[in-house]
Design a protein around this ligand. Structure first.
Ligand code: MSP
Length: 653
């Protein structure tokens, strides 16, 4: 059997910061990768950013900067976000990298030489949001249904990819490989689309209209259409055509996307591959959309949920668990913090947390914290629980590769719940009172310890930190990435006499009532992202402050950025206040109390460090969006700066 696994996420546009939708896809890719490692596969996980095209040019213009600097800044945000969600990707590709540009041009030339790219004039409806011409059939009330905007009429001489020539082949391929696109509803959607004749795909943009793209190798007056460019990342990152990674991983390639980009992945990409003489990917895995209050996430309504605002508040593993447990892969799901808290309290703190802490507390109380021998022979209730666990392990292995994450988790939770009932039924506390029943007590606790160990192993892909913690406390020192199901979930593999550690609760309960100034997500009056990002006192120790010390999570809530002062003037009637225009990739107005230490003209051009996520405030009638950092001593005040020129917007950590 092929024990290699290659998964990709979409490469995200750099016109928006990472939100929960991006996080979901990338976490799913991480869970799948970790699952395949657990099964002993050699894995490769690719993500990255999509940086060319109209959209990016417009976003850069709106931010008052050039496309490259803009892309650098937002791409860095994505790159920095993933490790903080415990995502371990192997590569992060940017479409502006030379290694990608080279492969795009290579493939274009190959398809052109073959005669599958031709020059022609086209007139039609162009949607700027989709960055493509859209057909009459796709319009709803004269508007693009995805962007709710009317398309613009455009006529252009361009290059076209002869996609129509591959329609018959694609239909056949999908029919012969029923899990090529999954779940089935999306396969059907693609097949329904293919019932009508497929039009050829316009794959160029005249340079005079759009210069931010990859030049066509056979006609420098044009750049490549962003989708033709972007899709190729999946092979350029593997160093197509001659790279060892390509040879090793492309034959097992799986893509992960949401339904919004089904057409480019389900139709353009396989036909492009066919034309370029590359075998098709193995699976296209398509999930639904996260909605907020049953609506689309929207910047203007303040319902964009940022993963890094949630993870530190509720814990990374709780956040990952929630996303994977709540959404049925393929269907839409609704996100709310209430739902997250409910799952955290019920599934993690109660069911899992109680099982684990009861098992360890009793091992500690009755066996001095050492793994007991199996003791008396197995009784029917012990065997029943063990069988349930075995079945769960089997079911889990069936569900995971076919994206049934919520079902895999439900199966694990059936075992957890059964084990909690087993504790209630066998009442180890009563057995402990009777020394003649010591052997039975050993059997019960050893059964529970072995079960907890296997549960921890099954949780490795979903909640790696917790799984590691559980295994460690059961005396199995390990790194989550090195755990293997066939070796580490073996019944009886705990070392008899090995020490276990009682420790603290795995998941402290979160008290919703304690959540200060809570506003449900999506309320009109909730400030953008505030419901998700407000520093809520959700725990006994808000922000993890303990004995005056803060955890790294508290520090990470600060968004510190490098800024360059572009303009400065005194705030009228104030000796102290100076109004600054600070360039952090975008222009911000900041009011600083440094007027007694610096003249405005001295400040222009200085590099400073800015707290970028401070709530806006008004100082003597002037709005301030951030605070710049300074050091004070007896000689006065000095601004904090960097020791060499640093790009505005760079993150400080
Ligand atoms: N750049 C293209 C993809 C090119 S891939 C060769 C693009 N970028 S995107 O930034 O718009 O990302 C779209 C993807 O982000 C979706 O397919 C999905 O993976 C994720 N999501 C964005 N919003 C989402 C939700 N609300 N819910 C779930 N996933 C979502 O399209």
């Amino acid at each position: 059997m092929d024990r290699r696994f290659y998964i990709t996420t979409p490469i995200y546009y750099v016109n928006a910061e990472p939100h929960i939708g991006h996080a979901y896809t990338t976490i799913v890719a991480d869970v799948l990768t970790r699952f395949h490692r657990l099964m002993g596969y050699e894995t490769y996980f690719l993500t990255g950013t999509d940086e060319h095209g109209d959209k990016i040019v417009q976003a850069a213009e709106a931010a008052g900067t050039d496309p490259k600097s803009y892309a650098d800044r937002i791409s860095a945000l994505f790159r920095e976000t993933w490790p903080r969600l415990n995502i371990r990707h192997d590569d992060f590709i940017r479409t502006t990298e030379p290694r990608h540009v080279r492969v795009v041009q290579h493939i274009l030339q190959k398809v052109y030489d073959k005669g599958d790219i031709y020059f022609d004039t086209y007139r039609g409806h162009y949607c700027v949001g989709c960055e493509r011409f859209i057909t009459d059939r796709e319009l709803v009330d004269g508007k693009c249904p995805d962007h709710d905007t009317p398309p613009v009429e455009r006529e252009e001489a361009n290059y076209f990819f002869r996609m129509s020539a591959y329609q018959g082949w694609l239909i056949k391929h999908i029919e012969q490989n029923p899990d090529f696109i999954r779940p089935e509803r999306y396969k059907n959607e693609v097949l329904a689309f293919l019932r009508d004749p497929l039009e050829d795909l316009c794959i160029s943009r005249p340079r005079e209209r759009l210069s931010w793209g990859i030049p066509l190798p056979f006609d420098e007056r044009f750049v490549t259409y962003v989708w033709f460019d972007a899709l190729i990342n999946y092979v350029s990152a593997l160093d197509y055509p001659d790279g060892a990674l390509f040879r090793k991983f492309w034959p097992v390639a799986q893509h992960l996307i949401a339904k919004d980009i089904l057409k480019p992945h389900g139709i353009y990409w396989p036909t492009m591959l066919k034309a370029a003489g590359i075998q098709p990917y193995r699976h296209l895995n398509v999930h639904g959309y996260w909605k907020i209050n049953e609506g689309k996430m929207s910047k203007s309504r303040g319902t964009v949920v940022r993963p890094l605002d949630l993870a530190p508040t509720y814990g990374l593993d709780a956040f990952r668990y929630f996303l994977l447990r709540e959404m049925v892969f393929g269907l839409d799901a609704n996100f709310s913090e209430d739902a997250l808290v409910q799952r955290l309290n019920a599934d993690l703190a109660n069911d899992l947390g109680n099982l684990f802490s009861r098992t360890l507390a009793m091992t500690s109380r009755y066996f001095g914290g050492q793994v007991p021998p199996f003791g008396d022979p197995e009784e029917p209730e012990d065997a029943e629980l063990r069988h349930l666990l075995e079945q769960a392990v089997e079911q889990y292995q069936k569900e995971m590769p076919q994206l049934g994450f919520h079902k895999a988790l439900m199966t694990v939770w059936d075992v957890i719940n059964a084990a909690n009932q087993y504790i209630d039924r066998t009442a180890p506390w009563d057995l402990a009172k009777d020394s003649s029943r010591r052997g039975r007590l050993q059997r019960v606790l050893r059964t529970l310890l072995e079960l907890n160990k296997t549960v921890a192993v099954l949780l490795v892909p979903f909640t790696p930190e917790t799984a590691e913690k559980m295994l460690f406390r059961l005396g199995v020192a390990c790194n989550a990435l090195d755990v293997r199901l066939d070796r580490d979930a073996v019944w009886g593999s705990l070392r008899e006499g090995g020490a276990v550690e009682k420790g603290e609760a795995l998941f402290p309960r979160v008290d919703l009532k304690k959540i200060a100034s809570d506003k449900p997500l999506g309320k009109k009056d909730a400030p953008a992202v505030a419901a998700a990002s407000a520093p809520k006192a959700t725990r006994e120790t808000p922000l993890g402050v303990q004995d005056g010390l803060i955890g790294i999570e508290a520090f990470q809530r600060l968004d510190l950025r490098v800024g360059v002062i572009r303009a400065a003037q005194r705030v009228p009637k104030s000796k102290k206040l100076v109004q600054l225009t600070v360039d952090t990739g975008e222009r911000r107005q900041v009011v600083a109390g440094i007027g007694e230490h610096y003249a405005p003209e001295e400040l222009v051009g200085k590099t400073v460090i800015l707290v970028a996520n401070l709530k806006p405030a008004r100082l003597m009638g002037v709005e301030s969006h951030g605070m710049i950092l300074a050091a004070h001593d007896t000689h006065g005040l000095r601004l904090i700066t960097t020791d060499a020129p640093t790009a505005p917007g760079s993150k400080v950590s």
